[in-house]
Design a binder for this molecule. Structure first.
Ligand code: MG
Length: 291
């Protein structure tokens, strides 16, 4: 299934996309929850009911007539791993970042979560705006101390992420958090492709295009720490909740790694594509008065 959170004429709901139609799940089956987090929390029985909604009799809208929001608009956590592709590590070293010998995690504050096709803001506080194309993992059930072997069972599905970064603010604190958390800098989507439809999440081709020019391209099989190792490591520390978002790292080709560095400007279009998942696309706009 391709699960979406969508907004139609000011009304937000969750749905599944079939072809060019969005089937409104709670409007088609009143037993289904109204938000993605609640649907994931409700577990396999609810997911089976969502699958069973018959597109021919359900309440549906043309995909073109709705606005897609982030599939999980209000995750409890949005965590991202840094320096998880070898060539990107080389870029980071060149940019003056010390690379430790364990997984490097940081927070994107959940207030940065943003729709897959909504404009991304150039902050008033910086012109060092950059992109990071990444495969995103959506957690499907509450879990702690998950083994590498069991990790696939806690994944609801996959999304396309742009870990939008403000490089000068990123370097101001060792946790990187401030430069990763500006408002609008967490676009992801356009939908959650459920894990049953992604036979191998480590064999997906990922690419980032800036104004149509390919800047990043790699197979997710090139990750240093794979998705299962990431979930095992994080869940050693904390409980992961349904709807939590993990961004699994970006490959080489970011603007800060170019010689000279090449940052994103107002009017640029950032597009991230993952074959078999979908794409997200954001035009860069100036931060409006009032933020
Ligand atoms: Mg990143």
């Amino acid at each position: 299934m391709r699960l979406v959170t969508f907004n139609c004429r000011g009304h937000q709901s969750i749905g599944k996309v079939i072809g060019q139609q969005v089937i409104d799940l709670p409007a088609s089956d009143a037993s289904l929850p109204r938000t993605m987090r609640e649907l994931l929390q409700a577990g396999p029985a609810a997911m089976a009911r969502a699958r069973a909604v018959d597109a021919s009799v359900g309440v549906s809208y043309p995909l073109a007539d709705v606005r897609l929001d982030a599939p999980v608009p209000n995750p409890s956590k949005y965590l991202a791993i840094g320096m998880n592709y070898r060539k990107h590590v080389a870029e980071a070293i060149a940019a003056g970042i010390k690379v430790p010998d364990s997984q490097v995690w940081f927070n994107k504050q959940v207030s940065c979560v943003h729709g897959p096709y909504e404009p991304v803001q150039m902050p008033r506080a910086s012109d060092k705006l950059d992109y990071e194309a990444e495969l995103g993992v959506i957690i499907g059930r509450r879990c702690r101390h998950v083994s590498v072997e069991d990790a696939p069972s806690v994944v609801a599905g996959y999304v396309v992420c742009n870990d939008v970064s403000v490089r000068d603010w990123q370097m101001r604190s060792p946790t990187m958090m401030l430069g990763k958390s500006f408002n609008t800098h967490g676009p992801f989507g356009p939908w959650i492709v459920t894990a049953d439809e992604v036979p191998d999440p480590h064999a997906l081709q990922l690419r980032m295009k800036l104004n149509g020019e390919v800047r990043q391209e790699i197979s997710t099989g090139e990750m240093i720490y794979d998705i299962w190792a990431q979930i095992a490591y994080l869940s050693t520390v904390m409980t992961l909740e349904p709807g939590d978002v993990l961004a699994t790292g970006t490959p080489s080709g970011v603007g800060v790694g170019m010689t000279p560095p090449s940052f994103v400007k107002v009017g640029d279009v950032m597009r991230v594509e993952i074959d078999g998942i979908g794409h997200i696309e954001s035009v860069v706009v100036a931060e409006p008065a009032g933020g």
